[in-house]
Design a protein around this ligand. Structure first.
Ligand code: PXG
Length: 295
């Protein structure tokens, strides 16, 4: 990690070495809190409003009061990026429940903490963007929404981390997580799309897929190309027999998947539409977004 980052912590921008939180913070003790990951492209923050809306919705869903307004959060995010003079990078917003006692009760935590980190991220090596990813099915399932809604980007990502460990131990790059009914939900930190006979589809949110912002952007790009995207329940069979498969996420962007459960997807190389979407997504990301107010 770069050593001299400037971090926003509860209203102040401080050097990384001073950006510390208490061991009694329930974000640490219980994973009680929410987060967002946002990209900066070419001096602009991509889909900032959409990301902040999701953050505030997730906080609301877990009865967490974010101590600053939406507008203040927007300003703080842009100021943190400007302070670090980043024109391309990654922003991590973290809201923790705050300092409390050694008990679950979140009402013992008087004030949530707000952390904004502006840095960089590289999820997969460049070679993977050219050749595509190798996927497996993870044994770890997406939680049922009657447990913790899979829409909450909470600070407890253990479910996804367990799934990621399975992929890595199997020598694969990523894994597909099924829901409790055995339907395809998504990957460990990315949404999933397939192309078959020129038709594009992606699992619906009701299957346990996160309502990803990159997913939404890709559906919009497809619509602009005159290609509808069906949000329909999907099984492993649909992926085994697809012509193309790709993943979307803020960190991963758009990336092809070329192998799944040791079967080749299509001819085992990134598909034509996938490559086209990679280019179109880059163009969109580099030409839109909220400008960063560098001084
Ligand atoms: N599914 C899950 C479970 C996610 O956490 C996505 C899909 C993609 O959503 P967006 O809105 O980003 O298009 C996410 C978000 C990582 C990492 O390091 C990944 C995410 C967030 C933070 C870190 O892999 N993905």
């Amino acid at each position: 990690m770069s050593a001299n980052l400037l971090i926003y912590l509860d209203g102040k921008i401080v050097p990384e070495s001073e950006a510390k939180i208490s061991v009694f913070d329930h974000g640490l003790l219980y994973g009680d809190g929410v987060f967002e990951g946002i990209r900066i492209y070419n001096g602009r923050v991509f889909r900032l409003t959409e990301h902040l809306k999701r953050l505030y919705d997730c906080a609301r869903a877990i009865c967490l009061t974010i101590p600053i307004s939406f507008e203040e959060m927007e300003k703080a995010t842009l100021e943190t990026v400007a302070a670090n003079k980043l024109t391309d990078g990654y922003i991590r917003l973290v809201i923790t429940r705050g300092v409390g006692s050694l008990g679950l009760n979140p009402y013992q935590c008087p004030k949530a903490s707000v952390i904004i980190i502006a840095s960089t991220i590289a999820l997969y090596p460049q070679e993977r963007y050219e050749k595509g990813l190798n996927l497996i099915t993870c044994g770890t399932r997406r939680p049922n929404s009657a447990a913790l809604s899979p829409q909450v980007k909470s600070l407890n990502y253990l479910n996804n981390i367990m799934a990621k460990i399975e992929c890595l131990q199997a020598g694969c790059d990523e894994g597909i997580m099924l829901n409790d009914q055995g339907l395809v939900a998504e990957c460990t930190g990315d949404n999933l799309f397939i192309v078959k006979n020129g038709k594009v589809s992606t699992p619906p949110i009701s299957s346990g897929a996160l309502d990803g912002i990159t997913r939404r952007a890709v559906i919009e790009i497809l619509a602009d190309m005159g290609i509808p995207c069906a949000e329909v329940p999907m099984t492993r069979f649909d992926i085994y027999t697809a012509d193309e498969c790709f993943l979307t996420g803020t960190a991963a962007e758009v990336i092809a998947a070329v192998q799944y459960d040791r079967r080749l997807i299509g001819d085992g190389t990134p598909g034509k539409l996938t490559n086209d979407l990679i280019v179109r997504f880059k163009a969109l990301a580099n030409s839109t977004g909220t400008p960063v107010p560098y001084s």
